[in-house]
Ligand binder design. Sequence first.
Ligand code: FAD
Length: 375
Amino acid sequence: MEVAVVGGGPAGAYCAERLGRSGHSVALFDASHPREKACGGGVTPIVFERHPELREIRDAGRPARGARLRTPDGRVLRLEIPQPIDIFSRRVLDALLLERAKAVGVEHVVERVRRVAVEGDGVQVETTASAARCFDFVVGADGASSVVRRCLLGEKPGGRGGWAAAGYYVEGLPEREIYIEFLRDVKGYIWAFPRPDHSSVGVIVPIGRESGSALRRRVLDMLEQRYPGNESLRRERFGMSIPSPTPWQGKWPRLGGPRFALVGDAGNLVDGITGEGIHYAIDSAAVLATALHEAGPLQAHRIYGARWRAGPGREIARAAHWAAHYYRPWAVDRLLGVAHWSGHTQRIVADLLMVKQPYTGLFARVARDAVAALR
Ligand SMILES: Cc1cc2nc3c(=O)[nH]c(=O)nc-3n(C[C@H](O)[C@H](O)[C@H](O)COP(=O)(O)OP(=O)(O)OC[C@H]3O[C@@H](n4cnc5c(N)ncnc54)[C@H](O)[C@@H]3O)c2cc1C
């Protein structure tokens, strides 16, 4: 099979690698590398458990073994993270994943795709630099502003529950642990994630709520309070949106059709509560690559959609639902308030950070622990 993968972030590079390993001829289109991408860069341990072959890249990140969480009412909770969360510069992480794909024979086409169309017996992929090439199947892994999604689903990327994010990469910040500060006046949080050679510091709030400069002001205020004297450190700003699935409305969103499918951010496959998407990018890439290898270009989207809905997609749907209805400053205050005096609840929060506690079953576990603590 001849496959075009549009986008060389984690979703595209890993999907290309998996297809290349299965013997398919893969062309990966992306003109952006090497580049940093607006991101915290936190990769949860579940990624390396589910995809053990990726463990070899783990050393390029910086393991965070502790976290400080500041509640909307100003209390700070310190947590041990039993299985470290690895924090990467995206320039490094994405380059390593792309190298792995190239090592199994994937062709890296350093061009930007501008149009994709399913026509007759194939898919035409046209770039800003060359004439259209024909493939059996196209993978849309082109992130939050996906051209593939626009062309083949006729939908704007993003979803209704998306986030606006802005912040800075700061060099020399004295931070070794994850720092998260939940906001009081709006859903969202500020983060500081220490990477090997700098930190990613930023904020997310629901899209449309605040301008980029207002968001950056929040980050600068936090930096001033928490790291006095940081103004002299070198910093570079970033800003971007994070897609999120539209909250559950009784119908699963489409992830493809005959000869195409969307993975990662292009499919809005992001946790609607935390904004994390790297592990869903990798998971969706793996599920699609297997489905395409097994079922071929005309049926792959069906198998992919069904397996996604029965697997990681359920968590994404739940997160989107909770983000819309329950994720509020008071709810964070309550949960973290209980965690101040309950070791059990601390463990739940650490498990949530590590993505070891599914949203399914979370309420039941919190309730069980609360009852046990009262006895
Ligand atoms: C500020 C911020 C902080 C975040 N923090 C975290 C975090 O700490 N942990 C976490 O798990 N997730 C985080 N996320 C989410 C995470 O960044 C994404 O979910 C993840 O990058 C999705 O991977 P992807 O491969 O689907 O898309 P991307 O990483 O966006 O890659 C898409 C690629 O497609 C390329 N592309 C786009 N259009 C075209 C085109 N027309 N032709 C060719 N190539 C194209 C782009 O250049 C890019 O290389 C964060 C997001 C933001 C914005």
